[in-house]
Design a protein around this ligand. Structure first.
Ligand code: KG4
Ligand code: ZN
Length: 343
């Protein structure tokens, strides 16, 4: 096995509509992390079309691998490990990245490791702030997930709460669609909200008073539909600010409470919605008041990328001595509790 610092891991991420390839050295050093977003291809449908996504991963992925090698002046034979996402996500897109990764590992005669995308989001934070070690509470909040996960140590995860319907990012994207904002809408709602008044409409805060750490965002979405029908002239900036006020309050209250209930002094917040400036500010402020230190990955590592996938692979291979057989299949509904793996 290579020494701890010179292991070169090729990471592949294709679980949704981003084709991404990364190479990292050791467990932390990102040499390249290229992300090709298919967003323009899906925008006209107002959401990701799985078949279109799969086909475009097939076209783009080999090209991104080749381009990464060329720009690093590396040969594929110098790669020591291949890591690819095997779930959760869309089955077709997952299959493309997983099959390509396994094929490369087989051809090169090197180990392969399948990575849980959610663990990847946790490791996006590790890449940015390696000094923040578990135990901590993690909020993974994206277009596909809104989960609170207790992390006593890397590789051990306990699901504390999750959305019972829409993910926070999914709700923002659907609300954005109703407002006529392009897909995905999260970043634009973030920008508009900065120019609006959050007190314009008091949208509901579903499940905010419940004792569980589960979330629900579909009622908020319905409430925005009715409001927009009745008030078509409301300023988009004010709607965006009012919607985000609700989403941010729910996420902030539950996450800080979960950290405190589990006696965690640190909360990490990751996934696409963690790029949101209002959420970052509210969580940091609430954390200061309640004695919980809150931190985030850099914005570019919040959204889907392959560096975080390579980071999990390198950790599991180096620290836990793990790899997967090439018979590994995609698992679209893989949870973070299902990390059984061969030694
Ligand atoms: O992590 P990600 O790239 O993909 C999933 O695993 O789902 O997250 C994408 C989600 C989308 O719903 C997008 O609207 C949202 O993250 N998003 C944001 C922001 N940037 C991306 N939501 C709120 N504010 C942002 N600045
Ligand atoms: Zn993601």
């Amino acid at each position: 096995m290579s020494s701890k610092t010179d292991l070169l891991t090729l990471g592949i991420e294709t679980s949704c509509d981003e084709t991404s390839v990364a190479v990292i050295r050791g467990e932390y050093e990102v040499l390249i992390n290229s992300v090709y977003s298919q967003v323009d291809l899906h925008a006209k449908y107002g959401g990701v079309v799985p078949e279109v996504a799969s086909r475009n991963h097939v076209v783009k992925l080999p090209y991104l691998v080749q381009e990464a090698m060329q720009s690093l002046k590396l040969r594929l034979s110098e790669i020591s490990l291949v890591a690819a996402t095997y779930g959760p996500g869309l089955v077709g897109p997952l299959l493309v990245g997983l099959t390509h990764g396994k094929g490369l590992a087989y051809g090169l005669g090197i180990p392969f490791i399948g990575v849980n995308h959610l663990e990847g989001h946790v490791f996006a934070h590790r890449l940015t702030q390696p000094e923040v070690e578990p135990p901590f509470m993690a909020l993974v909040v994206s277009g596909g997930h809104t989960s609170l996960i207790d992390v006593p140590q890397y590789g051990t995860y306990q699901l504390v709460g999750m959305t019972v319907d829409d993910a926070a990012g999914e709700a923002l994207d659907k609300i954005g669609k109703m407002m006529g904002i392009g897909y995905p809408a999260g970043a634009e709602i973030d920008r508009l909200a900065t120019l609006g008044n959050p007190d314009t409409v008091r949208f509901p805060r579903p499940m905010i008073g419940s004792s569980s750490f589960d979330f629900s965002f579909s009622g908020l979405k319905t409430s925005v539909v009715y409001h927009l029908k009745k008030n078509p002239r409301e300023r988009p900036e004010d709607i965006a600010a009012s919607v985000l006020a609700s989403v941010v309050e729910i996420l902030t209250k539950k996450s800080i409470e979960a950290a405190r209930r589990f006696h965690r002094k640190h909360l990490i917040v990751t996934g696409g919605v963690a790029a949101n400036s209002h959420l970052r500010e509210a969580l940091t402020g609430a954390g200061k008041e309640r004695g919980v230190q809150v931190s985030f990955p850099t914005r570019s590592l919040c959204t889907d990328n392959a560096a975080m996938i390579a980071a999990v692979g390198a950790f599991r291979h180096q620290q836990l001595g793990q790899s997967h057989p090439l018979s590994l299949k995609p698992d679209p509904s893989l949870s973070l509790g299902a990390l059984a793996i061969e030694g």
